[in-house]
Design a protein around this ligand. Structure first.
Ligand SMILES: CC(C)(COP(=O)(O)OP(=O)(O)OC[C@H]1O[C@@H](n2cnc3c(N)ncnc32)[C@H](O)[C@@H]1O)[C@@H](O)C(=O)NCCC(=O)NCCS
Ligand SMILES: Nc1ncnc2c1ncn2[C@@H]1O[C@H](COP(=O)(O)OP(=O)(O)OP(=O)(O)O)[C@@H](O)[C@H]1O
Length: 202
């Protein structure tokens, strides 16, 4: 199957683009969704997380305490590396399992850290970047999560820069501060047509 990697910085609009594609019947395998399932109560990653980070990162219901873990990993790079080393292979394996069930001319892999990670780049035929101004990322995430601009900027500094991401892109969906949802849907429709045509040529 033709494979598209969909990526973008925090708050760029990746989830919106993925939803628009899903509404067009495209199978989307989503790294964030898999990561959340692995760290939910009873999630498969929780025993290893408890072992590596201790009980303070576990909520009473057995789920990952996301606020505690966020403050740990975005203030200490070695802890972020430790969490990623544990979670990323599990995320990847589960995404592979889900992808094997996908049907259709092409599938989309939504991966926030696609450009940063060596794992994905060569496993997709195209990279699509959802792009917006960094200030728009901060504003959107602030509204959505209530995190402070300082915390959001710290998360952004653990990600590829806008330029690095754009340099890796085969396709770009611009979703800036002034992009309406109708404009975003029109960009997604155009890409969907393009990817269907490319998938048909293979
Ligand atoms: C730190 C955690 C607990 C915070 O949880 P929270 O619910 O606030 O965020 P969520 O998981 O929904 O991620 C939101 C966004 O944060 C950014 N982000 C998450 N993890 C990372 C990371 N390791 N490095 C850089 N950015 C990250 C991405 O843009 C992602 O889309 C969580 O992000 C996590 O477990 N991260 C490690 C797993 C990972 O690397 N996930 C990225 C997708 S593979
Ligand atoms: N063009 C837009 N118009 C209005 N709201 C938008 C637009 N693009 C994104 N948003 C809003 O901004 C927030 C972030 O978008 P979204 O969740 O799609 O981003 P993301 O890149 O998946 O973020 P993350 O990396 O944090 O998961 C959401 O609340 C979304 O509804």
């Amino acid at each position: 199957m033709f494979r598209i990697g969909l990526t973008g910085g925090i708050g760029s609009g990746k989830n919106l683009v993925a939803d628009l594609l899903m509404r067009r019947g495209v199978p989307v395998v989503d790294a964030d969704a898999v990561a959340h399932a692995l760290t939910a109560p009873g999630g498969a990653a929780m025993p290893a997380i408890r072992q590596a980070f201790g009980d303070t990162v576990i909520r009473p219901d057995g789920a990952l305490d996301r606020d505690v873990m966020r403050s740990l990993i975005f203030s200490d790079q070695s802890l972020r590396v430790r969490l990623e080393a544990l979670l990323h292979p599990m995320i990847y394996n589960e995404m592979k399992r889900q992808a094997a069930l996908a049907q259709g001319p092409y599938a989309v892999f939504a991966v926030p850290l696609l450009v940063e990670s060596g794992r994905w780049r060569h496993r997709v035929q195209r990279i699509c970047v959802v792009d917006c101004e960094p200030a728009t990322q901060v504003a959107r995430v602030q509204v959505r999560s209530g995190l402070t601009p300082e915390v959001i900027e710290r998360i952004m500094s653990a990600q590829a820069t806008r330029d690095d991401r754009l340099a890796a892109a085969d396709d770009v969906v611009f979703n800036g501060a002034d992009t309406s949802l109708d404009e975003l849907a029109a960009s997604v429709d155009a890409l969907h047509d393009k990817w269907l045509a490319l998938a048909a040529q293979r």
